[in-house]
Design a protein around this ligand. Structure first.
Ligand SMILES: NC(=O)C1=CN([C@@H]2O[C@H](COP(=O)(O)OP(=O)(O)OC[C@H]3O[C@@H](n4cnc5c(N)ncnc54)[C@H](O)[C@@H]3O)[C@@H](O)[C@H]2O)[C@@H](O)CC1
Ligand SMILES: Nc1ncnc2c1ncn2[C@@H]1O[C@H](COP(=O)(O)OP(=O)(O)O)[C@@H](O)[C@H]1O
Ligand SMILES: [K+]
Length: 507
């Protein structure tokens, strides 16, 4: 799914009007109907909860007025409030005129702000994608009032005051919505942690914007949902053998962190790798042999950490990092690996910390390597903290372009950056996965997919992220989010990959 900018969203609206030969008011009606269906499913007309719809002067306010009319027709009894405005938009004016006489509509004045008890439902239709500057005056006062109330707030398209694809100044007022109901495609603002307190739980409803426009729109950002992943994982050929899916090498573990290497190894095996060899410090050798008998273990001559790089000839991909530690000798293993490898690399955890601490190593990074930092590891890699989430995304684009690599910034909506700077925001996963070892599982899974020669680097990374999150979602259904541990993810990897496998064409 593409993520359009605010400007592209306007163009998509215009293209739709042209392609379908409809008026902007008709498109607005479509958005309002979609919103009302959403609300009606959750809040029946007979609930008797007081409802206040706040409308701005533009088309977001126009949406609010059309929503008020439609809800009124469906038996709700909303109160409508409009901001004083010199030049409301044409569709605002049209929908203001279309409000039925029996529907109360007031202009907002400081002294007439309505009481908003906890039972009240507020529809925020003040500003959407057309916001061009921080809120001031009556709008600012109203947003303060909404945010101080305990009412349930549902934002139309955007929480008012939030910019669609750029940070607003830190002291700007933004509505804190519990729900944001948007149209057609997700907005970049919804995907960033710093906006979570405003956006709340969000949803996108289809309003059938022109598919040709969307198809042709050049974008820097994609939202990775089920449709976007379908068709990327080919079915296994009947005559495939273990060589088809590659022999992976994993360098992981140190005393006290052998568990990380076990989690990564098991995830790699469940990810469909043909063969797996794990280089482990001597202390991990018996553990690995017992915990993951399907993997071959190569014991290092050192007891507590990895000091030797095996001969790389047999391997189709190499993963390094989980539980590795940052000993000097281990750093030298990483240096040799970066110098010698001719196959895809997956780098995680301490391998990334070593890269961050030794800039000379970063220069050796082979092109198309896949790095999987969480935000702190990413900060160490680039050497300076991000000003905010938008700046971090810019740092991410710069980093992948400079190093010709793929980089996965982990978190909710884990973000994959491709070497050309395109960003892919993953849609699966849940906060139950914020637990030690989830990242090790991801590394193992990505290693398996990078060893599979049938997959491009981009498809391997996208599939890995999506399947990892979906395994987390399925695991959490059984364990609950709090009860989820990283090991639970592993047994769902196989079934999830099966679900994502492209079936034979139907007859
Ligand atoms: N046009 C269409 O065909 C559709 C538009 N839709 C709605 O239209 C919205 C976009 O409408 P608009 O482009 O009119 O934009 P908005 O309604 O978001 O706001 C624009 C208006 O607010 C003013 N404004 C911007 N920032 C302000 C500020 N800080 N303080 C005071 N005034 C400010 C502008 O001068 C303009 O009058 C979308 O978010 C969506 O809700 C939907 O109905 C879908 C279809
Ligand atoms: N709130 C969340 N929503 C979705 N996924 C999450 C969330 N929190 C963490 N995750 C996922 O869990 C994994 C955690 O990885 P990481 O931070 O490296 O942990 P560890 O080092 O303990 O393995 C990442 O893949 C991340 O995307
Ligand atoms: K809004």
């Amino acid at each position: 799914m593409k993520i359009l900018t605010a400007a592209q969203t306007r163009q998509a609206d215009a293209a739709t009007l042209l392609a379908e030969g409809i008026t902007s008011a008709e498109l607005m009606e479509r958005a309002a109907t979609a919103f009302c269906h959403w609300l009606q499913k959750r809040l029946p007309a007979h609930s008797q909860r007081p409802m206040h719809i706040f409308c701005g002067p533009g088309n977001n306010g126009g949406d609010g007025l059309a929503i008020a009319r439609q809800l009124h027709e469906a038996g709700y009894q909303p109160q409508v409030w409009t901001l004083p405005a010199a030049q409301p938009s044409a569709d605002f004016t049209l929908n203001r005129q279309r409000l039925p006489a029996g529907l109360p509509c007031h202009e907002i004045q400081p002294e007439t702000l309505p009481q908003l008890p906890a039972r009240a439902v507020v529809v925020d239709a003040l500003f959407g994608t057309g916001l061009s500057r921080p809120l001031t005056g009556a709008a600012a006062m109203l947003v303060k009032h909404l945010n101080q109330s305990e009412a349930t707030v549902v934002a139309v398209d955007m929480p008012s005051g939030l910019l669609t694809d750029a940070p607003q100044s830190p002291d700007s007022l933004v509505v804190r919505a519990h729900y944001t109901v948007s149209f057609e495609l997700p907005k970049l603002a919804f995907l960033l942690p710093q906006n979570a307190e405003f956006v709340g739980q969000w949803e996108v409803l289809p309003i059938h914007l022109d598919p040709t426009f969307i198809h042709n729109a050049p974008v820097d950002n994609y939202f990775v949902n089920d449709n976007f992943i379908r068709g990327r994982l080919p079915a296994r050929n009947k005559f495939s053998h273990k060589g088809t899916f590659g022999h992976a090498l994993l360098l992981a573990g140190s005393r006290g962190k052998i568990g990380a290497s076990v989690l990564a190894a098991k995830a790699c095996l469940r990810g469909g790798v043909g063969l797996l060899t794990v280089r482990t410090p001597a202390v991990g050798y018996p553990i690995m042999q017992v915990a993951a008998p399907e993997a071959m273990a190569l014991a290092d001559s050192a007891t507590d950490f990895v000091t030797e790089l095996p001969d790389l000839k047999p391997y189709a991909a190499v993963g390094i990092g989980p539980g590795l530690g940052q000993e000097h000798a281990t750093c030298e293993v990483l240096r040799q690996l970066l110098r010698k490898t001719k196959v895809p690399l997956v780098l995680d955890a301490d391998a990334l910390n070593l890269l961050g601490a030794n800039p000379s190593l970063l220069k050796l990074l082979p092109r198309e390597s896949l790095l999987t930092p969480h935000p702190k590891e990413f900060e160490r890699l680039v050497g300076k903290p991000a000003r905010d989430d938008y700046h971090r995304l810019e740092q991410l684009r710069t980093f992948v372009r400079e190093h010709g690599c793929y980089c996965v910034l982990k978190g909710a909506y884990t973000t994959l950056a491709a070497p050309d700077g395109t960003l892919y925001f993953n849609s699966t996963g849940n906060p139950g996965m914020a637990t030690g070892g989830s990242g090790d599982v991801l590394t193992g899974l990505l290693l398996a997919l990078r060893a599979d020669k049938r997959l491009s680097p981009l498809d391997a990374a996208l599939l890995g992220l999506y399947a990892h999150g979906r395994a987390g979602d399925q695991a959490a259904q059984q364990t609950g989010e709090a009860g989820l541990v990283a090991g639970d993810l592993i047994r769902f990897i196989g079934p999830v990959l099966q679900e994502l496998t492209t079936p034979l064409p139907g007859l």
